[in-house]
Design a binder for this molecule. Structure first.
Ligand SMILES: *[C@@H]1O[C@H](CO)[C@@H](O)[C@H](O)[C@H]1NC(C)=O
Ligand SMILES: *[C@@H]1O[C@H](CO)[C@@H](O)[C@H](O)[C@H]1NC(C)=O
Ligand SMILES: *[C@@H]1O[C@H](CO)[C@@H](O)[C@H](O)[C@H]1NC(C)=O
Ligand SMILES: *[C@@H]1O[C@H](CO)[C@@H](O)[C@H](O)[C@H]1NC(C)=O
Ligand SMILES: CC(=O)N[C@H]1CO[C@H](CO)[C@@H](O)[C@@H]1O
Length: 504
């Protein structure tokens, strides 16, 4: 048992409006934690929720005095530097080694955007036949340890391995992919590649039509990279990201050409969440799993990583519905989306999914920012439609939950988890409305704010919600949110049925 873990669970649970699940069985978790996970849960009685979505508004109550500063995840950074594919004795790449680093990756964005971009950069490196170079999940890249965001201190950089495992962060690509090199850290890349050849996105894309298909973009990078003999390639930082919202993720149809290959690649078949994230799931799992399943379900954090990644590791949780309720900035953000005519993002706009986004009077899928669709001036009816789909009211949420429960995919739903950046009084009202609309039909209704999280987990809490969302029997997501779309990607990659993926 890791010292301190037990004691920080006592009196730990927030007042859960109507959660009737007993909180036994948490105490064993400490035994199961991988050794490198630091349990830093002193002070968990002060419950904070860190919202890492784009345009986020911090929901956090004052930082407890036992933690003057945010966590720095030092043991994860150290472990990344020890990845065995990095031979620090080298002063230059070995004969066969060729690296690729997207230097202009997005910073200061929510986890949904950061994960999405990293997945696609990893796929690009794979298609180029080059070793992926990965940096940190970065809020600020000026060498600082901490940064202020919406009045709160957060880590400036979080190692990706504090959130995820798999080939995206240096694990092996596994059987049949022995030829694919394992990713390395940016620190190692700088070590073996003191000088690099920079590719300019503007040049690589200059002959491509705006918002080209993803396969076309990859092809252009492939040609550009193969014309360089230098094993050390990075993109030019001031040219920004390779894959952007405007040209790729926000353009309906643009992911179709690579989709089948992407989801069957080890990037997703060997994907896993970090032990830290899985431990947070385990700690709170009595909110999500049916009570009858608790005894026979192994803790995620106890499963060896490479014995069961993806589909087998993260099976559907029967009886659980997850809904993603974006509040805060979305009040105005949804108006902006209506003004510019943005569509659902990424996998959320796949035509195979129910609840397609089709504003009245628009002949086909909405294209981003009017750039593809031509001039866009939202009508009053279209603005209303955007509001309903992007920022539903409590009665609209309750009605949608009820309607989805009545479908075949919603049969047997007894628990609801609300992933949200909403404030406590709002969540209390929403929970009350959901209970009142279906007396006796719920066993539990929980929210992001109800999760018991240790100090390191609080700053990566959105990933915990994605893990829950990807496993729910039914998900009702926000079609404009990349956090939702990442859960959708995982569900589709793991062969969950499309009728279990719904949107407001
Ligand atoms: C690197 O060099 C050190 C010191 O010469 C040696 O002990 C170590 O085995 C070397 N490591 C590798 C991976 O070659
Ligand atoms: C990632 O963070 C660690 C710890 O702060 C730092 O040493 C490293 O340089 C960072 N990597 C990059 C690419 O900035
Ligand atoms: C799992 O990891 C072990 C040790 O790292 C390795 O020997 C084994 O081949 C791996 N199995 C798979 C399926 O990747
Ligand atoms: C996906 O699920 C369908 C049934 O829903 C099944 O027929 C198919 O074999 C599954 N595919 C994989 C790769 O598991
Ligand atoms: C390691 C592992 O569990 N891989 C599995 C990932 O999921 C696919 C099916 O979606 C399986 O075929 C793999 O065995």
């Amino acid at each position: 048992m890791l010292p301190g873990f037990n004691s920080c669970n006592s009196g730990y649970r927030y007042t859960l409006l109507g959660v009737r699940t007993p909180t036994f069985s948490r105490t064993r978790i400490g035994l199961l934690v991988a050794a490198f996970v630091l349990i830093a849960c002193v002070g968990a009685a002060v419950h904070t929720f860190v919202d890492f979505e784009t345009f986020s508004l911090w929901q956090v109550s004052p930082i407890p005095s036992v933690h003057d500063l945010p966590p720095l995840y030092a043991q994860y950074h150290a472990r990344e530097l020890r990845l065995p594919q990095q031979d620090w004795n080298r002063t230059q790449p070995a004969e066969h080694e060729k690296y690729f680093f997207v230097s202009g990756f997005l910073i200061d964005v929510g986890w949904g955007n950061a994960f999405e971009e990293h997945l696609f950069n990893a796929y690009l490196a794979y298609r180029l036949g080059r070793t992926l170079v990965f940096a940190n999940y970065t809020w600020r890249d000026d060498g600082s340890q901490y940064t202020h965001s919406f009045g709160h201190m957060i880590p400036s950089q979080i190692p990706f391995t504090a959130l995820i495992r798999g080939p995206m962060v240096g694990e092996s690509w596994g059987p049949r992919y022995e030829h694919v090199p394992s990713a390395v850290t940016k620190t190692y890349f700088d070590h073996v590649c003191p000088s690099k050849t920079e590719l300019h996105r503007r040049e690589v894309h200059q002959n491509l039509p705006y918002a080209s298909d993803t396969e076309v973009i990859i092809d252009a990078w492939s040609k550009a990279a193969s014309s360089v003999s230098d094993p050390c390639i990075q993109t030019r930082k001031d040219n920004g990201a390779v894959f952007t919202h405007q040209e790729t993720f926000g353009v309906p149809g643009n992911l179709a050409s690579i989709w089948t290959d992407l989801i069957s690649s080890p990037l997703l078949t060997r994907f896993a969440w970090s032990s830290l994230i899985e431990l947070a799931f385990d700690t709170n799992r009595d909110l999500f799993l049916p009570a009858s399943a608790l005894a026979d379900t192994p803790y995620l954090s106890a499963l060896p990583y490479n014995a069961s990644s993806n589909a087998s590791r993260y099976p559907q949780i029967p009886g659980l519905m997850v809904i993603h309720v974006r509040k805060g900035d979305y009040g105005s953000h949804c108006n902006t989306l209506a003004s510019i005519g943005d569509p659902f993002v990424s996998a959320n706009n796949f035509p195979s999914l129910p609840d397609a986004f089709l504003p009245p009077g628009v002949p086909g899928p909405v294209m981003p920012n009017g750039k593809v669709a031509g001039n866009w001036h939202a009508t009053a009816a279209q603005r209303t439609y955007y509001r309903e789909r992007c920022y539903p009211s409590i009665p609209e949420i309750v009605a949608k939950v009820r309607a989805v429960r009545a479908t075949e995919a919603g049969r047997g739903i007894r628990r609801l988890h609300i992933m949200t950046n909403g404030k406590a009084p709002y969540i209390a009202n929403l929970k009350r409305a959901l209970w009142d609309a279906a007396p006796g039909e719920w066993d539990a209704i929980s929210s992001s704010r109800d999760l018991g999280l240790n100090w390191e987990q609080k700053f990566v809490a959105q990933a915990v919600d994605v893990l829950v969302a990807q496993r729910a029997q039914v998900l009702i997501g926000n079609g404009f949110s990349t956090l939702t779309s990442n859960a959708v990607i995982m569900r589709l990659a793991n062969n969950f049925t499309t009728d279990s993926i719904r949107f407001w």
